[in-house]
Design a protein around this ligand. Structure first.
Ligand SMILES: [Zn+2]
Length: 159
């Protein structure tokens, strides 16, 4: 039954399933989505991450919203030792493309003082976390060598 649940969450392709470890019991972290009808007639989609409980059925690690995880990952990218991220060259071509785009964009605008910042890996990683596709986010996290551990809504790196 639990297996079925994991398979379904894979089909939905959440960004961070199987990328994180539960800090309470060492199981994997999986995702589920919830929909809420809003007053204006639209439907909001929320994604929550929680323990698969494969190692401990009574794990009380709780759930964390995807937005909170992304905020924490962005902070981690600010202070992570870049040696911790393998195969950065994998992203080099895309980073160059983004730098070119910024250059041509700023050339056309009147703000000549606003020279584009060089696109470095940290800012590119943060850009991917905010704007990237599910696949790009997964590729980025797959390059982080340390284990990403989620404990009661707090994400940490563990060697
Ligand atoms: Zn757990």
């Amino acid at each position: 039954m639990r297996r079925d649940y994991v398979v379904r969450s894979e089909i939905k392709e959440f960004a961070f399933t199987k990328m994180l470890t539960c800090g309470s019991c060492g199981s994997g972290i999986t995702a589920q989505e919830k929909f809420k009808n809003l007053k204006d007639g639209t439907v909001a989609r929320y994604v929550y991450y929680g323990c698969t409980k494969s190692r401990n059925l009574n794990c009380k690690n709780g759930y964390t919203r995807e937005e909170e995880l992304i905020d924490q990952l962005i902070k981690i990218m600010d202070r992570i030792n870049l040696n911790e991220i393998g195969i950065q060259y994998k992203f080099q071509e895309e980073m160059n493309r983004l730098a070119k785009f910024q250059k041509s964009f700023f050339k056309g605008s009147s703000g000549l003082e606003n020279k584009p910042k060089n696109v470095n890996f940290r800012s590119y990683a943060k850009y991917l976390l905010k704007e990237g596709s599910v696949i790009e986010k997964r590729e980025l996290l797959a390059c982080v060598k340390s284990k990403l551990v989620l404990t009661k809504k707090i994400l940490t790196l563990e060697k």
